[in-house]
Design a protein around this ligand. Structure first.
Ligand code: SF4
Length: 439
């Protein structure tokens, strides 16, 4: 009942979850291509004989999306639309025995560190010499750049250490080499990611080396922007701020998930910090780097969160005026420390609290955007969408932050290039502008 001639050496890779999973898929695809496989990412061509799903096992919604995707391709396999189905990534790492029992039509389940085994199963060789070589799934000019794997932090709500293991830094020289290869292929922006980027080097060099790494990466020819994500508040290496301030290539941008602000919640979450330390840290960051844009992520409805805790967070969000902010509703994850607590905040209340925080942030984002009208910013253009060229300032990361829209009928910019844009209009999460050099 085959509908299309399937290409035996063609692999369709499906990526779910976070930017770290995207990098893992890109590395896998780089290895497959080097082994003469035809490789596609999330293709709808339906002619690939082999499908590999790189799953996410982070929280409820993400887990459900991964399971639905496996079931979809399991059905496709049973209908002869694909020959082989393999599953890897965090959900598979975390629930392999259960998945093998529940969804048996998958040819094999792999963990998060099984690249050589996946390749062996496909009769391909793991090519060590390809270190870091990837098949980018992002626009060529901008790439996620994973500097370490795993995490040593004890955050009570988090299942990531269960799926990604202990913190392992990638050596500086390997990262510099990887950055050089990406730059050679036209990448200009590196979005630096990890589970905890500020922990970089502590395992390998017995000292925090993130500032040094940023300096080294900024010397790589062709790389114009280095953007820092996933900083951790406690033990924050202040020398990183000096690099952000003085090194033109390091964006005035910092993504630092803070999760909550009430001492009651921070203690139960085992975040290793307090309300006052968090406020002092944010103030110190802004004092040291005045134009920095801070992105943070919070959790609503953690076990034991009272209305008072929530109001405390709402007031703090109002006062802190973060440039970018996202919030998750708490997900009761088995085998985490918090799983021993009672998940006593009803789902409706979790969502109501999350919506409340985002309504505060929406107003703040609009006001901060309006302050940009009349100013000129260096913008990296990612795509053309409808009537607009769409780009980002150094204060906006891909996929999660604001965008700058430039009318394509009256302005010309090259996708993948920078241009100076004068801001002429603002909305909650978008800016509008014209070329500043427009005659
Ligand atoms: S820092 Fe905390 S929240 Fe982040 S991955 Fe590690 S344990 Fe999870």
């Amino acid at each position: 009942m085959k509908t299309k001639t399937l290409k035996k050496n063609k692999v369709n890779v499906i990526t779910l979850g976070c930017s770290k999973n995207i990098v893992d898929s890109e590395v896998l695809m780089g290895q497959l291509r080097a082994n003469h496989f035809e490789v596609e990412h999330e293709s709808s061509n339906d002619d690939a004989a082999v499908v590999i799903i790189n799953t996410c096992g982070f929280i409820d919604n993400a887990k459900q999306e991964s399971i639905d995707t496996i079931l979809k391709f399991s059905a496709a396999k049973q209908n002869g639309k694909i020959d082989k189905l393999y599953v890897t990534g965090c959900l598979s790492e975390r629930y392999k025995p259960e998945l093998e029992k529940e969804i048996p039509h998958v040819d094999a389940y792999f963990g998060t560190r099984d690249l050589p085994r996946i390749l062996k199963t496909l009769k391909a060789d793991y090519k060590q010499e390809l270190l870091g070589e990837r098949l980018l799934t992002t626009p060529n000019h901008s790439a996620y750049f994973k500097i370490s794997e795993g995490c040593d932090r004890p955050c009570s709500f988090c299942a990531i250490p269960l799926m990604r293991g202990k913190h392992v830094s990638v050596p500086v020289e390997d990262l510099v080499k990887q950055a050089g290869q990406l730059a050679k292929n036209g990448t200009k922006e590196l979005m630096i990611i990890a589970q905890d980027s500020t922990y970089y080097g502590l395992d390998l060099y017995k000292e925090r080396k993130l500032a040094y790494l940023l300096e080294r990466l900024s010397e790589v020819e062709g790389i114009d922007w280095l953007r820092l994500h996933y900083a951790f508040p406690s033990g924050f290496p202040a020398d990183v701020l000096d690099v952000i301030k003085h090194n033109q290539k390091v964006c005035n941008y910092l993504d630092m998930p803070l999760q909550h602000i009430s001492d009651n919640m921070l203690k139960s979450m085992r975040r290793g910090t307090t309300k006052q330390k968090t406020i002092d840290l944010v103030n110190m960051i802004r004092d040291k780097v005045p134009n920095i844009a801070i992105r943070t992520t919070l959790i609503a409805g953690y076990p034991g969160e009272t209305e008072k805790d929530h109001e405390e967070m709402a007031e703090w969000v109002s006062n802190s005026r973060f440039d970018r902010l996202g919030i998750f509703t708490y997900s009761h994850e088995d085998n985490t420390h918090a799983f021993s607590l009672i998940d006593n905040v009803p789902a409706k209340v979790k969502q109501k609290r999350a919506d409340h925080i985002m309504s505060i942030q929406q107003q703040i984002s609009k006001e901060l955007n309006e302050e940009k009208i009349g100013k000129t910013f260096k913008v990296l253009f990612d795509k053309k969408e409808g009537d607009y060229f769409v780009g980002r300032t150094e204060q906006d990361s891909a996929e999660v932050d604001n965008e700058v829209l430039v009318d394509a009928k009256t302005n010309y910019v090259r996708v993948g290039d920078f241009a100076d844009i004068e801001i002429t209009g603002a909305e909650d999460y978008d800016l509008f502008g014209v070329r500043a050099d427009k005659q």
